[in-house]
Design a protein around this ligand. Structure first.
Ligand code: ADE
Length: 231
């Protein structure tokens, strides 16, 4: 990997990159700042996309246009798998937009109609492998690989968790991964999403998110840093 793109959505998610990376340069495009830096001898570009799928999609395309060879996402998510605890890590095997809903025309929920490409955007096997190795080093017994579900919704209800888990087979819910994944697929660029759980996407999610986002975001950053050592 010549140049590695790293995206977070919120300031908590990229703060430690600002603090630890050796910053060379930065430029703005569409209101997003892209920071060129080195970390553990690797050339990186990192940015704060802002929340949601549109921000993530634009940000991913701009990263790719800057010549990154892969895109890593670092951040927090709501757990859907009942075995996940706050702080645990999810490594994406694939990402789906759970709010893509063309069911009245007979398409399953999450399927983008009238396109040849699958709407279940698979993450890169080599990047998944590196993430799993990092998780085994840092958080053994506290990580999972699985499907990441993205939508422009903060999930905070047990009924929605049950639907996203049982009908859509999600491991965690967040608001950017599948947009990033789709843009990467459109450009044939490998990606993986790393998320640490800030909450369980239930009624307690708003309070839990408030309390644990910094801790979870820092764990996700630690995963990225550990991955970079071996890339
Ligand atoms: N990011 C962190 N927690 C989340 C949740 N419950 N729903 C959507 N995105 C999240």
């Amino acid at each position: 990997y010549g140049k590695i793109g790293i995206m977070g959505a919120m300031k908590e998610e990229i703060e430690l990159l600002h603090r630890h990376a050796d910053i060379k340069d930065s430029r703005s495009k569409a209101g997003i700042e892209y920071v060129e830096a080195t970390l553990h001898g690797k050339q990186i570009v990192f940015c704060k996309s802002g929340v949601g799928k549109v921000n993530a999609a634009v940000c991913t395309q701009v990263l790719i246009d800057q010549g990154v060879d892969c895109v890593l996402f670092t951040g927090v998510a709501g757990a859907l798998d009942p075995e996940l605890e706050v702080g645990d890590i999810v490594i994406s095997t694939s990402c789906v937009q759970h709010d893509m809903d063309v069911t009245p025309l007979g398409f399953p929920r999450g399927v983008i109609p009238f396109q040849d490409r699958s709407s279940d955007f698979t993450a890169d096997p080599a990047l998944i492998d590196m993430a799993v190795q990092a998780a085994k080093t840092l958080y053994p017994d506290h990580y999972r690989t699985g499907k990441v579900l993205s939508g422009d919704q903060f999930i905070a209800s047990r009924d929605t968790v049950a639907f996203l888990r049982e009908e859509m087979h999600g491991t965690c819910a967040e608001m950017e991964g599948a947009a990033l994944a789709q843009v990467c697929a459109m450009n044939d660029v490998p990606y993986v999403v790393i998320r640490s759980m800030s909450d369980k996407a239930d009624g307690g999610a708003p309070d839990s998110f408030e309390e644990f986002t910094v801790k979870a975001a820092n764990r996700s950053y630690a995963m990225i840093e550990e991955m970079l050592r071996h890339m």
